[in-house]
Write a new protein. Structure first.
Length: 369
């Protein structure tokens, strides 16, 4: 069996990547790079032979053919471009980039080099999401004409004063951190309709007061408690097919929500709700239909499936793409599409009116067929 030498850059979220690689015998993790204490601990746990303080030393290792990039948002593109220049395939944590200008550079570089660029939209890999996608693909919901996607936390700011609350460091707040996940979930379930327009609003009401921090988070809180991003975002999106999508994303709000995300779909033949409270993996999916004049509700009995928070399945696909040439899904273009959506939502919120969403083809200068 062909094996691929792997490097993991970032020893925070990189933990999930390492656990994912452990599930695939085709992966041979050669090295990790990041904060010394975290990396040494992970190297011991996962039997990784090399630990580098500088990711450039990792990229220079000839045993490594592919890298996972699990660094803070502002480092995604610079590290990604250096990895591609070094001839490495790359699997990128979400978001692909802080904005479309950065993301476009990364996608172009990977495509020009003929290298695989994957994006970790790992929520697609949940057992409930997979079951719902199969249900939809069989036509059970009919035409999906509206969706609601949300991720709300009552007190979930990842670190007041950390890079997460810096506009330069993160590119935004819960919209780019959590909202990108549920946007991807909803649009994937809807068979990726082209989003044409966005109308949105963002608010920063709790973070600037120094409240709403995530209890027990591992990111440092500075005395400055600098807060430059939103703590709540909402948007209404219109697609080329005529369907619509309503979005909410929050890190902090005065509500009954703890840490809850989901997607609700309205179709011409049926409906579905996926509701996840505090990262539950069972009892989360509910299906609705109408048969013989009777309203019908169904709650599928699904296996508990964690699989490294879904990273394992994404990593299997990443290795399939490298070894067998199977198309990578989700890939860099998928990441760029979601980044363009995030940009449009922030633009609409800043301007106070509906704006157009740029297509990937237009961003990459490709002529419409």
């Amino acid at each position: 069996m062909e094996t691929v030498g792997i490097g993991v850059i970032g020893c925070g979220i990189g933990k999930w990547h390492l656990e994912g690689y452990d599930t695939d015998p085709r992966a041979r993790v050669v090295a990790i790079s990041g904060l010394e204490d975290r990396c040494n601990t992970l190297a011991a746990e996962h039997h990784v032979p090399h630990v580098y303080a500088d990711y450039r030393d990792l990229l220079a290792n000839p045993e490594i053919q592919a890298v996972s990039i699990a660094a803070p948002n502002f480092l995604h593109v610079p590290i990604g471009l250096e990895a591609i220049a070094a001839g490495k395939h790359a699997l990128m944590e979400k978001p692909l980039a802080r904005n479309t200008t950065e993301g476009e550079q990364l996608v172009r570089a990977a495509e020009d080099a003929g290298l695989v660029l994957g994006i970790v939209f790992n929520r697609r890999s949940r057992a409930d999401m997979q079951a719902l996608k199969r249900h939809i693909d069989r036509g059970a919901l009919g035409e999906i004409y509206h969706a609601r996607a949300y991720w709300n936390r009552r007190a979930g700011i990842p670190g007041l004063g950390s890079w997460f609350t810096s506009k330069e460091g993160a590119g935004g707040g819960p919209l780019i951190d959590l909202g990108v996940h549920v946007l991807d979930m909803a649009l994937w379930l809807m068979d990726d309709p082209e989003v044409l327009r966005a109308s949105a609003a963002t608010y920063a009401k709790l973070g600037p007061q120094g409240i709403g921090n995530w209890t027990g988070n591992r990111f440092s809180v500075t005395d400055e408690r600098k807060y430059e991003v939103e703590d709540f975002a909402t948007a209404f999106l219109r697609t080329a097919s005529g369907s619509t999508l309503y979005l909410e994303a929050s890190w902090a709000e005065f509500s009954s929500r703890t840490d809850e995300f989901g997607v609700a779909l309205l179709g011409s033949k049926g409906g579905a709700e996926l509701y996840v409270k505090d990262y539950a993996t069972v009892g989360t999916l509910h299906l609705y239909t109408f048969e013989d004049g009777v309203q019908m509700d169904c709650t599928p009995r699904l296996p508990e499936k964690v699989a490294s928070a879904g990273h394992g399945e994404i990593i299997h696909t990443f290795l399939d793409a490298i070894i067998d040439g199977v198309p990578m899904v989700p890939n860099g273009r998928d990441g760029l599409e979601r980044t363009a959506l995030i940009d449009a939502i922030y633009k609409s919120a800043a301007k106070g009116y509906e704006v157009e969403v740029q297509s990937v083809e237009r961003l990459l200068g490709e002529a419409a067929e």
